[in-house]
Design a protein around this ligand. Structure first.
Ligand code: FPP
Length: 238
C-alpha cells in the first residue's frame, strides 16, 4: 500500500516510444514492443495494488493499421500472447478487463483472446483495466452519435433527453469516471485521438522517458505530481 496524498480515480496512458527504444538499443521494433509489455505488466500490477479504480492503456489505435504489415501482424500476435500469459494473474487479482475500440476489426485470434479475457473477468471487483485496441476517439464519438440517433429515430429517446450523460453512456467507457490523469511517455506532447471526450479535465503529464524504460518509480512520481496539482475544473478557488 502507499501513502500517496490524492490518487486519481482514472489514469490513462499513451505508451509511446517503443520504436525509439528499440533503435537506441539496435534491436528490432518488435523487441521494443516486447519490452513495452514488460513495463505495462508492472504498471498494471502497481495500479491494482494501490487501488487505482480505472487504468486505460492505448495499445493499438485505428491509425496504427497504416504501419508496416509485418509490425501490425506481430503486434496482434503480441496482444494474443499477452492475454494468454497474463490472464490468470489478472483474474486472481480481481482485475476486470474491458476493451475500448472496435473488436470486430481485430484479427480473429486477437478478437477471440480479448473476448475470452473480457468474459472471464467480467464479475471481478478490483482494478478496471481498459485496453484500447483498434480505438480512436473520433470513431468512438461518431459511434455514440449514431447510437443516439437510432434511439431517437425508434422513439426510445426524445431529442431533448439527449445530454452529456447520454453521450457519456454510449462511449466505450460507459459507467466509468472521467480521466483524472493522462500520461504520455517519450516526451511527445499530443493526445493522438485518445479518450478526447473523457479527458476534458484531465491533468496531462509528458515524461521524457521511452515507454519500455517507464518504471513504477516514474509512475509514482507522476502520481505525486498529480497529487500536488490544483484542479479547478474551470471554477475558482476561494
Ligand atoms: C508506441 O510506440 C506503442 C504502440 C503503438 C503499441 C503499444 C503496445 C504495447 C506496449 C504492447 C502491446 C499491448 C498489449 C496490451 C499487449 P511506437 O512504436 O509508436 O514508438 P516510437 O514512436 O518510438 O516509434
Amino acid at each position: 500500500m502507499t501513502n500517496l496524498p490524492k490518487l486519481p480515480a482514472h489514469v490513462a496512458i499513451i505508451m509511446d516510444g517503443n520504436g525509439r527504444w528499440a533503435r537506441q538499443h539496435a534491436l528490432s521494433v518488435m523487441r521494443g514492443h516486447r519490452q513495452g509489455v514488460e513495463a505495462l505488466r508492472e504498471i498494471i500490477r502497481y495500479s491494482s495494488d494501490i487501488g487505482i479504480q480505472v487504468l486505460s492503456l492505448y495499445a493499438f489505435s485505428t491509425e496504427n493499421w497504416s504501419r508496416p504489415e509485418a509490425e501490425v501482424a506481430a503486434l496482434m500476435r503480441l496482444i494474443v500472447e499477452f492475454f494468454h500469459s497474463e490472464i490468470d494473474e489478472l483474474h486472481q487479482n480481481q482485475v476486470r478487463i474491458r476493451i475500448l475500440g472496435d473488436v470486430d476489426g481485430l484479427t480473429q485470434p486477437a478478437r477471440q483472446a480479448v473476448l475470452q479475457a473480457t468474459e472471464r473477468t467480467a464479475q471481478n471487483t478490483g482494478l478496471q483495466l481498459n485496453i484500447a485496441l483498434n480505438y480512436g476517439a473520433h470513431s468512438e464519438m461518431l459511434r455514440a452519435v449514431r447510437l443516439l440517433l437510432a434511439e431517437v429515430q425508434s422513439g426510445a429517446l426524445r431529442p431533448d433527453q439527449v445530454d452529456l450523460g447520454s453521450i457519456s453512456q454510449r462511449l466505450y467507457t460507459a459507467g466509468q469516471p472521467q480521466v483524472d490523469l493522462l500520461i504520455r511517455t517519450s516526451g511527445e506532447q499530443r493526445l493522438s485521438n485518445f479518450l478526447l471526450f473523457q479527458s476534458a479535465y484531465a491533468e496531462l503529464l509528458f515524461p521524457d522517458i521511452l515507454w519500455p524504460d517507464f518504471t513504477v518509480a516514474h509512475y509514482k512520481e507522476a502520481l505525486a505530481t498529480y497529487g500536488g496539482r490544483d484542479r479547478r475544473f474551470g471554477g475558482r478557488k476561494a
